[in-house]
Write a protein that binds this ligand. Structure first.
Ligand code: NAD
Ligand code: WQD
Length: 340
């Protein structure tokens, strides 16, 4: 079996990708410092896969730890999820974000070079587009000045990969620009674990549905969209996980140096009010929400052009918005049953 190192593999997207890798016949190996995840994610993974996935606890900035992992396992490739991702906090603590998100990529690239590991998939974000001038947004659409230090780290990391490949380094890399990942594994054994009050829409919706939050505020209903609320491209986390498997397989057929990037979204935009309606339908209950003011820094509308990833990676999303919200809701219900 081919070994794939997943940095940040105990996190939301990394854990679902571990499942997808196992299903595709790969052996995932996790490294995570648990700065934004829980150790019981590993139990959820073994319930789903029937396997005990090797996990190293530690920081990806720690080169000696990376060297230990690389010397203990022959790796086919690496998927680099590990990063801090709280947009708001990044404006308050920019150095925390630049330090972790950028230096961990550099440490990883240096270690890959040292051990002759060529294939890398990197977690980028649609945040690099800001409010694009054309929709749906294509990979060739110019990136905008980042709205936050977090967004800037994604832009800089993409640039680091481009420069490394230009230098003729033995690196074959793909950056995946995720749109808005939601949902959970259909088993409800793993899902998203937001710390504190969620800033993302769907965890706030499900926490309101279950009574942890009193009321959801819809941030603005006066945008130039069908119902006035913002439009995003919400993608099921298992579809997103599958895109990583496709990217890893694709890289195995490429010779380094190589770099490409792909949008990962459904190709469809939905408004905040449509998300609420879909949630009410799958949860069979009314959601307590009110319309509030716009949130500073929000883009009005963005959704992906998925033609490139469909054509090049033969990747197709399978889940609908309702499927995603059903899985988010079932995960929230499962969490609420777990004793604290
Ligand atoms: P997450 O916080 O759930 O997972 C990240 C994991 O990385 C966590 O388990 C955390 O403990 C770990 N980690 C952080 N820094 C580390 C370090 N230095 N060493 C080891 N482990 C470390 O986040 P996620 O939602 O799964 O996001 C994964 C990646 O995808 C991130 O790079 C994020 O920026 C990117 N992304 C996320 C979204 C989203 O909406 N969730 C959208 C676009 C891009
Ligand atoms: C979605 C929509 C809100 C909460 C963020 C990051 C981005 C990327 C994905 C990592 C927006 C509205 C939300 C609420 C609301 N992450 N909303 N009430 O803003 O698209 O992107 O996550 O790369 O970088 O910025 O996602 O889930 O916060 O918001 O009305 O309580 O829901 O205004 O229109 P966003 P989100």
């Amino acid at each position: 079996m081919e070994n794939i190192l997943i940095t940040g593999g105990a996190g939301y997207i990394g854990s679902h990708t571990a499942v997808a890798l196992v299903e595709a016949g790969y052996q995932p190996i996790i490294v995570d410092d648990f700065s934004n995840s829980e150790k019981n994610v590993l139990e959820g993974l073994s319930k789903i896969t029937g396997l005990s996935i090797p996990c190293y606890e530690g920081d990806c900035n720690d080169r000696s730890l990376l060297e230990k992992i690389f010397s203990e396992h022959a790796l086919t490739g690496v998927i680099h999820f590990a990063a801090y991702k709280a947009v708001g906090e990044s404006t308050q603590k920019p150095l925390k974000y630049y330090g972790n998100n950028i230096f961990s990529l550099v440490a990883l690239l240096e270690t890959m070079e040292k051990f002759g590991v060529e294939n890398l998939v990197f977690s980028s974000s649609c945040t690099v587009y800001g409010q694009p001038d054309e929709l749906p947004v294509k990979e060739s659409t110019p990136r905008k000045v980042a709205e936050s230090p977090y967004g800037n780290t994604k832009k800089i990391c993409e640039d680091i990969l481009v420069d490394q490949v230009k230098s003729e380094a033995k690196l074959a890399a793909i950056a995946l620009r995720y749109f808005n990942p939601i949902g959970a594994h259909p088993s409800s054994h793993i899902g998203e674990l937001p710390l504190g009050v969620p800033s993302n829409l769907v965890p706030f919706v499900t926490q309101t549905g279950v009574g942890i939050r009193k009321e959801l505020t819809v941030f603005g209903d006066d945008y130039n969209t069908p119902d006035g609320s913002c439009v995003r491209d919400y993608i099921h986390v298992m579809d997103l996980a599958e895109a990583h498997v496709k990217a890893i397989s694709y890289l195995r057929g490429k010779n380094a140096p190589f770099y490409d990037l792909f949008n990962v979204g459904t190709g469809t935009g939905n408004t905040v009010l449509e998300v609420i309606q879909a949630f009410e339908k799958v949860s069979k209950q009314a959601l307590n929400y009110k319309i509030g003011p716009r949130r500073p820094g929000d883009v009005e509308k963005v959704w992906a052009d998925t033609e490139k990833i469909t054509r090049e990676l033969d990747w197709h999303p399978k889940y609908t918005l309702e499927d995603s919200l059903r899985d988010s809701w079932n995960w929230q219900l499962a969490l609420s049953k777990t004793p604290a």
